[in-house]
Design a protein around this ligand. Sequence first.
Ligand SMILES: [Zn+2]
Length: 531
Amino acid sequence: MKNLITAILLIFLFSCSENEVPENMVDVNNMKRITETLSSDAFMGRQPFTEGEKLTIDFIAGELEKIGFEPPFNGSYFQNVPMYETTSTVSNPVTFNIKGKSLQLNAPDQIAISSPIPQELIELKKSKLVFAGFGIKAPDYEWDDYKGIDMEGKTVVVFVNDPGLYSEDPSFFRGREMTYYGRWTYKYDEAARQGASAILIIHDPIGAGYEFNVPRNSSISSRLFIDDEKNEPKCKVTGWLTDESARMIFGELGYNIDSLREQAVKPEFKPFEIDATFSATITNKIERNTSTNVAGILKGSVNPDEAVVITAHWDHFGIGEKQNGDSIYHGAVDNGTTMAWAFEIGRVAASLRSKPERSIILLFPTAEEQGLTGSEYYTRFPVIPMGKTIACLNNDMMVPRGKMKDVTMIGFGYSSLDSVYGVLAAKQDRYLLPDPNSHTGLFFRSDHFPFFKAGVPSIWAYGCYDSREHGKEWALETWNYFINNVYHRPADNYNPDWDWSGVEEDTKLALNITLWLTKTSNPKPYLKQMK
Ligand SMILES: [Zn+2]
């Protein structure tokens, strides 16, 4: 009912609102200049903690000042983000003691573990094993895989993904679409909240969406964490078991993984302790460092204490492995074009004769590529409290390839922003396309997500899959080409021949959405569903 009333209200409001931006106000040349500059060799791939960071954040602050956005952090455009980095080395082998028998596994090939604790020596001694289904405690689905069990000091073993993957019912954990409860990040956090000392996720390629080599490789790479006392609790040891390793451990005790999974998707499932312990020793190399979020605010003319936040991460991968003679990871599409998108929204909004009524914040977070660290930090220490942040509009990887008929909505179904986009996209003769790859959990993997976790309606929306000129097949082909050959490679470089007309249209759309959201007479968007 509420949805219907909102829809009618929206249609009424749109039919009589005059606040759309004039056609010619978005300046593509300005967007080209920003993208070309930020992805040039001089910026050295914009890696946090390097000289490239200094150049990047100074450039962003300069542009914010130029378009009339004020410095929001006690007179500064910069917010320090203290972080620590851990690189874990596991002493092999790690030992499971099963019914008095020892089973030894080797990291990282049979078990991929590391420690997020900023401590040099981490020892886990004979921690009792608990099997807890999918490791989910979800009040919104009346689901609790931890019911009635004390996890203090124990090791929880769980399946990847969520029970919805095994159901045709779209209202049960969103069916085959992955919910946040299916992500390993959520499972790590929940296990720690339960007091567990360690968590091991049983890998399977369908549930995870990737092969074991992905968690294997990340367990031996460095990881970044926010360094502040209010940090959420963390397990001492986190990681993954191969399907084969899990079958060995559970098989010793007479359990079969497939029938355990069948039990775990049922609401009556209860967690249980198994007759096994887990011991591991990890040494951590720890480095502390500070990077920077950059932001500017355009104060609202009526209600400056409420804001719409536009996010575009500035960081990329710096200088790395040489490919085709280039070792600079330019990050032109990831995320130069999007920074240009954000600046253009801000520039036009600031130049309008009738000033936006609520505030607009342009936020350029750091360390997106290393786990949304900058945006997570911002949501803990925001310029305007999360409760007064009306919405977060994010973008990432905007490939300039001409006009698109679709507006792909990563985060469709989570908030009433869908209706606002629906109406304004139709004015561009475009339609909304729910993310066709939503089972991969892209919604949880860019900077709008910490805002969503904090209760703010959030979206990542752009034209992607239906080219006006060349059709759907071509759009998919060029998108896949980008993902497979350009994305996260030195080849992600500025191209003067790009057709910007689609990014231009996306910019106008986001600008109109922003102006609609900043109007105090319009209803505030609301969340439809948590996680
Ligand atoms: Zn990105």
